[in-house]
Design a protein around this ligand. Structure first.
Ligand code: FES
Ligand code: FES
Length: 156
C-alpha cells in the first residue's frame, strides 16, 4: 500500500506492506536511526516519536495508521547547529549514560512540556513511567525534564 504522511516537516510518500511498523519504516527504509529499537512490542518506549502532537511507540504504529499523520523524530527536533534546549538539559543534568533510551525520553519530554509546561515531579514520573532506562536510575532524567521545563517555558 501507499502511505503519505509528514515527517519532520517534509512530505513522504512510500509503498509498504500494511503490517510495516513506523519504526521499521524509519530505520530500515528512511535511514533515520535516531529512533531506537529494543522490545518491538510497545513496552519499553525506546522507539517513542511524536505523531500529531502525541508521544507514541513507533513500533506500535502500522502503515495504515500513519496516513496523513504529522510525525516528529529526534532528527526533526535537533536543530541544524547545536542542540535543542531539551537535549541540552539532558546533557547538563546527566540525563543519559549509554544514550539508548535518550531519543525516546527527549521526545516524551517534548510531548509532556507541550501539554503541561510546568509539570511537578510527580506529574513527570506519571507521564514518563512507561519509558524504561537501563542505566541512569532515573534521577538524572527527572532533573533533566525539570531543567528542560525551566529552559523552554521560563516563569513569567
Ligand atoms: S521498541 Fe517500541 S516500545 Fe520498545
Ligand atoms: S541511558 Fe542507557 S538506557 Fe537510558
Amino acid at each position: 500500500m501507499n502511505i503519505s504522511f509528514t515527517l519532520n516537516g517534509a512530505s513522504v510518500s512510500i509503498d509498504a506492506p500494511p503490517a510495516t511498523t513506523l519504526l521499521d519504516l524509519l530505520r530500515d527504509r528512511l535511514e533515520l536511526r535516531g529512533t531506537k529499537e529494543y522490545c518491538h512490542s510497545g513496552v519499553c518506549g525506546a522507539c517513542t516519536v511524536i505523531a500529531d502532537g502525541q508521544a507514541v511507540s513507533s513500533c506500535s504504529l502500522l502503515a495504515p495508521q500513519m496516513e496523513g499523520k504529522d510525525i516528529l523524530t529526534i532528527e526533526g527536533l535537533t536543530p541544524e547547529e547545536g542542540l535543542h534546549p531539551i537535549q541540552q538539559a539532558f546533557v547538563d543534568n546527566f540525563g543519559l549514560q549509554c544514550g539508548y533510551c535518550t531519543p525516546g525520553m527527549i521526545l516524551l519530554t517534548k510531548a509532556l512540556l507541550d501539554e503541561n509546561p510546568a509539570p511537578t515531579r510527580e506529574e513527570v514520573v506519571r507521564y514518563m513511567g512507561g519509558n524504561i532506562c537501563r542505566c541512569t536510575g532515573y534521577a538524572g532524567i527527572l532533573r533533566s525534564v525539570q531543567a528542560a521545563a525551566a529552559a523552554t517555558h521560563p516563569p513569567q
